[in-house]
Every structure is written in C-alpha cells, then in structure tokens.
Design a protein around this ligand. Structure first.
Ligand code: AMP
Ligand code: ZN
Length: 120
C-alpha cells in the first residue's frame, strides 16, 4: 500500500512535480542528490510511500527498510565514495524536531567522499 501527502516536498519529488537529480529508483525506493550537499557525495534515500519518520515505521515496513540498508554501500561506491575501510560513508536519519528533521518524509542522508566536507 502506497501513501502520498500532497503537501510533502519529497512526495512531490516522487511524483515528478518537483525536479530532482535521481541516482537510483525502483518500485519502492527513490534516491536523489541533496540540493544542499554537506559532503562531496550527499544522497537522500527515501521510500516512495509517505512515511513521516523513523518514529513512524511499522512491522510492515521491515522489508523496505532492509532493502534501503542493503543498497547503501553500492550507491556510495557508484556515486563517488571511496570503498571501505579508507573511504566509507555516513548515514543519518534526522527524526523529529530535536533530531533536526526538516522534511517530514522518512529519508536517510548518505554522505561521503574525500575530506574535508562542507559540514560534518
Ligand atoms: P532533514 O529533514 O533536516 O534531514 O533534511 C532535509 C534535507 O532535504 C536537507 O539536507 C535539504 O538540503 C534536502 N532537500 C530539501 N529540498 C530538497 C530538494 N528539492 N531536492 C533535494 N534535496 C532537498
Ligand atoms: Zn511524503
């Protein structure tokens, strides 16, 4: 079951109503480049369905979350991160106001690439 929130910026990106630089797509997952990158590689990995945050995930999302995790190393290396262990990447999922979440559609930041980074 897929949900969409018409006022959500990431749902609009999924629907193609707002442009994005796509890095990967399948039926359930979209990956695109962050518009304001913190690092040489800065991707956002999102479910196509509107899940608000990690505080909202349910048992029915287990396989989807697992698939997102399993994609990360491949995405990192294909988009310019050096391989583990000298390279690697950082995954962040800001959750809620005190967690620094600005866009309330679940997303994982994947950041990596040669240092120094703009932030972090
Ligand atoms: P946060 O909710 O704080 O984890 O971060 C939301 C992220 O979405 C920020 O890093 C923004 O730069 C990024 N962002 C917001 N709008 C867009 C957009 N239209 N295209 C790509 N990235 C975006
Ligand atoms: Zn959404």
């Amino acid at each position: 079951m897929s949900h969409s929130d018409p006022s959500c910026i990431f749902c609009k990106i999924v629907a193609g109503q707002i442009p994005s630089r796509k890095a990967y797509e399948d039926e359930e997952i979209l990956v695109f480049h962050d518009i304001n990158p913190w690092a040489p590689v800065h991707l956002l990995i999102i479910p196509k369905t509107h899940i608000v945050s990690l505080a909202h995930v349910q048992p029915e999302h287990q396989a989807l979350l697992g698939r997102m995790m399993l994609l990360m190393n491949k995405l990192a290396v294909e988009h310019g991160c050096n391989p583990y262990p000298d390279g690697g990447f950082r995954i962040v999922s800001n959750t809620g106001r005190e967690g620094g979440q600005e866009v309330h559609h679940l997303h994982f930041h994947l950041m990596g690439g040669p240092r120094p980074w703009a932030r972090g």
